[in-house]
Design a binder for this molecule. Structure first.
Ligand code: PLP
Length: 450
């Protein structure tokens, strides 16, 4: 391997990173991760840290999941690629469709459309939503509704429904006909309340108002995450998603659950929607479907949407959408092995149990450190929101957040920061001891920065 300086210089010279300024790379070089083991990653200097980011919310089974690695190796030998465009398919993919229909049966989802990642899945769901209404003789239903602070990836459709200007501003104009409701964010909201149930009601009223203003017959779908992830782990009140479902049903609007983060146990339920008792019309998934070892995703489709497409014999029913890598056999084999291991290890139950310990630990940090303004989480997705003044809720400065991150890393734990949030999303297979490691590293970080 080349020496460290060569790598850092050439990383800065030749490589643009997602969600980063290309000019920052020399002054603030990224950590070079060269190896991983269990729930730890090892950097180029040989330093081993617990990966409390879980890759990027995706390595739910950790880095040493041999059955998934073996499935990938074996499938590469057997059939490294073939297309699923009309006329051909492959057997691991057929088996996977069967397993996914079983997996998502309780969510009422019966068909899968395969993609190469979360942004593809979101794009697919948005397009199929429009097509669904055309099939049903309502071609004017083209608009989308989403939540502020929601994150839905980076394709033009996904960016259009995104609820954070950082991911929109530089790429505008985006899709017309997209409307954003307030985020169900208890700590900061425009409703002058900290009562999560009241916030849910207030957003429901906003949704009804917007529908009345736009005309229900112009709206295709509401897209939302059951727990908002990248927006800062915003956990709505338990009534929120059921309320949104009710309003969608009343007005013939499809509900797309974007479960790219939450579909395979992260919240402590097997899907985020199921955790709230909601059945969506479509669900976008990706990330943990292959334990992060292969780029892959699936949009799961309900009986209702399936029936509309499959009973329609005119040109509106044919799917004019798909990717070269829709249904990649290596991804399918990886996903099959991942599902089997996920079930065997019952990771949702571990996410719920370890998540409760994590939340208790984070609440303890809030009691101890003025810097912590808010603690949020569900299962193994959590956030600390850092503030410079608790009364005013002013966001902590960038260098303060960076100090927490760097100190925690030195103490042996990698977290992720996003604005003034510290995000924690470890593999779902962590132990109680790992939770303690995360809390004590953050404790050190907050002490150093406070
Ligand atoms: N939707 C949600 C809810 C996500 O969290 C993400 C990524 O974090 C995406 C979509 C986009 O997925 P990808 O980065 O795989 O394209």
């Amino acid at each position: 391997m080349r020496e460290t300086n060569f790598l850092i210089e050439n990383n800065a010279r030749h490589l643009w990173h997602p969600m980063a300024h290309p000019a920052e790379m020399l002054a603030n070089p990224p950590r070079i991760i060269n190896a991983a083991e269990g729930v730890d990653v090892i950097d180029i200097h040989g330093k081993k840290v617990l990966d409390a980011v879980g890759g990027l919310w995706n390595v739910n089974l950790g880095y040493s999941c041999e059955p998934v690695k073996k499935a990938i190796r074996d499938q590469l030998e057997e059939l490294p690629y073939y297309s699923t465009f009309r006329g051909t398919t492959n057997s691991p993919l057929i088996e996977l469709s069967y397993e996914l229909a079983e997996w998502f049966k309780e969510d009422g989802l019966v068909r899968a459309f395969f993609t190469s990642g979360g942004s593809d899945s979101v794009e697919t769901a948005l397009r199929l939503a429009r097509q669904y209404h055309k099939i049903n003789g309502q071609p004017e239903r083209t608009k989308f509704v989403a939540l502020k602070k929601g994150y839905h990836g980076t394709h033009f459709g996904g960016a259009s429904v995104n609820g954070n200007s950082n991911f929109r501003r530089n790429y505008e104009p985006l899709l017309p006909g997209v409307f954003h409701l307030a985020a169900p964010y208890t700590y900061r909201n425009p409703f002058n309340t900290t009562d999560a149930a009241e916030i849910a009601q207030a957003i429901a009223r906003q949704f009804e108002d917007e529908i009345a203003f736009q005309g229900a017959d112009t709206i295709a779908a509401l897209i939302m995450e059951p727990v908002l992830g990248a927006g800062g782990v915003i956990v709505p009140h338990e009534t929120f998603m059921p309320l949104m479902r009710e309003i969608c049903d009343k007005h013939g609007i499809l509900l797309i659950a974007d479960e790219v983060i939450t579909a395979f146990g992260r919240t402590g339920a097997w899907t985020g929607s199921r955790g709230w008792g909601v059945k969506p019309d479509m669900m976008s998934t990706a990330k943990a479907i292959t334990n992060g070892y292969f780029p892959f995703g699936a949009v799961m489709i309900s009986e209702k949407v399936t029936a509309a497409f499959e009973s329609n014999k005119n040109s509106f029913g044919s799917i004019g959408h798909g990717y070269t890598y829709s249904g990649h056999p290596v991804g399918a084999a990886a996903a099959l092995a991942t599902l089997k291991e996920t079930k065997r290890q019952n990771t949702a139950a571990n996410a719920a149990a370890r998540g409760a310990e994590l939340m208790a630990g984070l609440e303890g940090l809030k009691a101890k450190h003025e810097l912590v303004g808010d603690v949020r989480g569900k299962g193994l997705m959590a956030a600390l929101e850092l503030v410079s003044d608790r009364q005013k809720k002013s966001a902590a400065a960038k260098d303060v957040v960076a100090k927490v991150y760097d100190t925690a890393y030195e103490a042996g734990v990698m977290v992720r920061t996003s604005g003034s949030n510290v995000i924690i999303s470890p593999p779902l297979v962590i132990s109680a001891g790992d939770v303690s490691r995360i809390i004590s590293a953050l404790d050190e970080g907050l002490s150093a920065a406070g």
